[in-house]
Design a protein around this ligand. Structure first.
Ligand code: ATP
Ligand code: MG
Length: 275
């Protein structure tokens, strides 16, 4: 019989092997993107672990939305690599890429819901990638998909609004429906481009709390661009700042002071013009 003490007596060579580093949910290595002579992103490297909320700060034109587009492959990076759970998305075939896309949930400033459909129908749209085409066409979602969608609405505290038209919900409620949709999609990474820019302060707080919740409870990695630096310092685990396409700060949110924030926004901030 193996006893605890015999297990502890490992040969030194084995005992010294370091544990492998946990795989990042999202990793960017030296990503660059040019629009003509404008360098929208320059050699951007960054890593986000499962369950981590990273706030992306930077002045207008710094490259935040471009970064989101390169990660979701809505735009092709000109250099560098994007790895999702360790897989280089540039090396995937079309089918694998479609599956990988499914693991990325997108949230935008303008909610992007279908206004005339109910909250529930909008959340069910997050199940499309998991659903046979005939079910989508005939709108006969499986019982299991409905259960997942209702649970997602419950998670963002909107179960009682499930059958209300999306365009009759408040802005904050609509954004929470969008979060429920990425939950139903079972995304591992959420990219939120200015998700609270159109909301009043209380709704903005609420939406960021929900994002932080889903990160902690579901192990989702959240990258969220914000213009309100105080919200970033309070709600994010880490702050990454870009200026003119470069990462100029990557630090735990608690360690970022007002002087650091000031430096992000001071001076010449436009993307580098190589012309
Ligand atoms: N499709 C495009 N064609 C040409 N230039 C572009 C394109 N998209 C972005 N750019 C340029 O790339 C740079 C970065 O733009 P981006 O939209 O990523 O900035 P941002 O940080 O999201 O700004 P904001 O805070 O205003 O949303 C800007 O100089 C912009 O003009
Ligand atoms: Mg933008």
């Amino acid at each position: 019989m193996r006893t605890a003490s015999s297990l502890l007596r490992l040969p030194d060579a084995i005992a010294a092997v370091p544990l492998p580093a946990p795989v990042a949910a999202l990793e960017l290595v030296g990503v660059s993107k040019f629009y003509g002579s404008t360098a929208a992103l320059r050699d951007v490297s960054l890593r986000i672990d499962p369950g981590e909320v990273v706030a992306l700060l930077g002045p207008s034109g710094a490259g935040k939305s471009t970064l989101f587009r390169c990660i979701s492959r809505l735009a092709e990076a000109d250099g560098g690599k994007v790895l999702i759970t360790g897989q280089d998305i540039g090396a995937l075939d079309r089918r694998a890429l479609r599956e990988q896309r499914q693991s990325i949930g997108l949230i935008f400033q303008q909610f992007n819901l279908v206004g005339r459909l109910t909250a529930l129908a909008n959340v069910l749209a997050g199940r499309l990638g998991h659903t046979a085409t005939w079910r989508v066409v005939s709108r006969r979602f499986k019982h299991e998909d409905r259960q997942i969608a209702l649970a997602a609405l419950d998670h963002v505290r909107l179960l009682e609004r499930a059958y209300q038209r999306a365009d009759s919900l408040s802005g904050g409620q609509q954004q929470r429906v969008a979060i429920a949709r990425v939950l139903a999609q079972q995304s591992r990474i959420v990219l939120a481009d200015e998700p609270v820019a159109s909301l009043d302060p209380a709704s903005a707080e609420n939406v960021l709390e929900v994002l932080r919740d889903i990160a902690r409870e579901r192990g989702i990695a959240v990258l969220c661009s914000l213009h309100q630096t105080d919200l970033a310092r309070r709600h994010a685990d880490r702050i990454v700042a870009v200026r003119a396409g470069r990462v100029v700060l990557d630090a735990p949110a608690k360690s970022v002071g007002l002087a650091d924030i000031d430096a992000i926004y001071r001076g010449d901030t436009a993307a580098d013009d190589l012309g």
